[in-house]
Design a protein around this ligand. Structure first.
Ligand code: UD1
Length: 427
């Protein structure tokens, strides 16, 4: 059950006209959390920039502090992490259950300390999220595991290289094996690795630290282990958040108007931008390689979409796409190929008058001309953002509760939308 204390904030949105102006997108949650975990591989002070101001960064910081890393935030968007080498490789339940990415400390701690005790990870509530691929991969590298009382314990004096082929390109498992392999004895090959831009960002971070990795950005990563102690701390600029960027595109798509989205890497969103263009958005690049100009059509057109691992359409975009389809002209079918249970927010959209039917891992969305504002609840980060976007497409006021989910992954969503003309406030 979601916590819903009486004093919990809500976000109130009114669909009152078009958006105009510039939105700057911060660094990616799904990268920075992994970069933070990877600082466990070496002593010294790491400096991360373009860090989003989101709750998950704070939670990951608390987890790393419990392990022994000193965290400082000298200014907005800037994080210093000092690893003194005095680490306690234990990740307690109270912190781990709040954030899925806590599983990312497994690989670095095991390879650095030879032992880890980690509460089983939590995170967004959209169905079972097993870690069998993380475990099987580390076992192939010589680790042994024990599971009891909600904790997993892993042991390995020194991991050794292995040839690992994933059944499915899991983002988290790719990251854990990559970070573990960096200090393993010999060569590790990860086949059918995930190719998300956030993984390439992690690879570049590790390479700058002194890791030997080839195949960056491809589905075969080859890691030649280096000696413990030979890695060094680095300064790194976090890759832009393509999901936050997509959220602002979806916002202008349903509200109308024109936005300049700044701080984004369009090449990380190629397929999504094609699909948004099919829906009628006029999307162009500018002279800067980190900007997109977006002009909304009078009415969006429906399309069919299926989620897939990168470079396919990310599952995290899907609540936004369904929201856009709910006010588009025609019928669109959305197929979820990663998390079958990830349609929980559809009931909330229906409360706003959306015509969406789900069956198994498909949703059929019949566009209506306008949604109708109502109280709704955010059940996870992206679903919460989709509720905000839906509110922009709704007549009257939409009040969104469960705002703590949105705060986990969005850096001032309300302020950024208000600055481009949205009628939105946090209460
Ligand atoms: C990451 C992202 C999340 C995104 C997802 C897919 C972070 C913090 N989260 O999650 O926002 O939605 O990628 O793009 O970066 N699976 C297994 N066994 C495993 C590992 C995964 O069966 O050992 C399954 C999962 O249950 C799921 C699918 O593989 O059905 C994808 O999971 P994965 O790519 O690992 O996602 P996460 O890293 O958890």
């Amino acid at each position: 059950m979601d916590p819903n204390p009486a004093d919990e904030p809500t976000i109130a949105v009114r669909g009152n006209g078009s958006l105009q102006g510039t939105v700057t997108v911060p660094g990616a949650k799904n990268s920075v959390l992994k970069l933070m975990a990877a600082t466990l591989l070496s002593d010294g002070t790491f400096e991360l920039t373009n860090v989003p101001d989101i709750a998950d960064v704070t939670i990951m910081g608390d987890l790393l502090e419990a392990i022994g890393v000193v965290i400082e935030r000298p200014s907005s968007g800037h994080l210093l992490l000092t690893d003194t080498g005095d680490l306690t490789p234990v990740a307690p339940y109270e912190l781990v259950e709040r954030i899925r990415a806590s599983i990312n400390v497994l690989g670095p701690l095991l390879t650095r300390c030879g032992h880890v005790r980690l509460s089983m990870p939590g995170g967004d509530d959209f169905g079972a999220r097993p870690i069998d691929m993380h475990v099987a991969g580390l076992e192939a590298m010589g680790a042994t595991f024990k599971f009891s009382h909600g904790y997993l314990e892993a042991f390995a004096d020194r991991l050794h290289g292995a040839d690992i082929t994933f059944d499915f390109p899991s983002v988290g498992a790719t990251e854990n094996l990559l970070t573990a392999a960096v200090l393993a004895d010999g060569r590790t090959t990860i086949d059918n690795a995930a190719r998300e831009p956030e993984i390439a960002d992690l690879c570049e971070f590790l390479i700058a630290m002194g890791a030997r990795i080839s195949g960056v950005g491809t589905s075969t990563l080859v890691v030649d282990g280096v000696e413990r102690g030979s890695l060094r701390p680095v300064r790194h600029d976090t890759v832009p958040d393509r999901i936050q960027a997509a959220t602002y595109l979806a916002a202008v798509a349903v509200a109308g108007g024109e936005l300049l989205v700044d701080g984004v890497l369009p090449e990380h969103m190629t397929m999504l931008l094609e699909r948004f263009t099919d829906m009628g958005l006029d999307i162009s690049t500018t002279r800067s390689d980190r900007q997109l100009r977006v002009i909304a059509p009078d009415r969006l057109r429906s399309i069919d979409v299926a989620t897939l691992p990168y470079p396919g359409i990310a599952t995290d975009y899907k609540p936004l796409i369904i929201t856009m389809l709910s006010v588009a002209d025609g019928v669109g079918i959305v197929t979820e190929n990663l998390y079958p249970g990830r349609f929980r927010y559809v009931e909330e959209l229906q409360r706003l008058g959306a015509d969406v039917r789900t069956s198994g891992h498909h949703a059929v969305v019949r566009g209506v001309s306008r949604l109708s504002g109502a109280p709704v609840r955010a059940h996870d980060i992206r679903a919460g953002a989709a509720m905000v976007v839906a509110g922009l497409a709704a007549e009257g006021e939409t009040q969104i509760s469960g705002v703590h989910h949105i705060d986990r992954g969005y850096d001032d969503l309300v302020g950024r939308l208000a600055a481009v003309g949205a009628h939105i406030e946090r209460r």
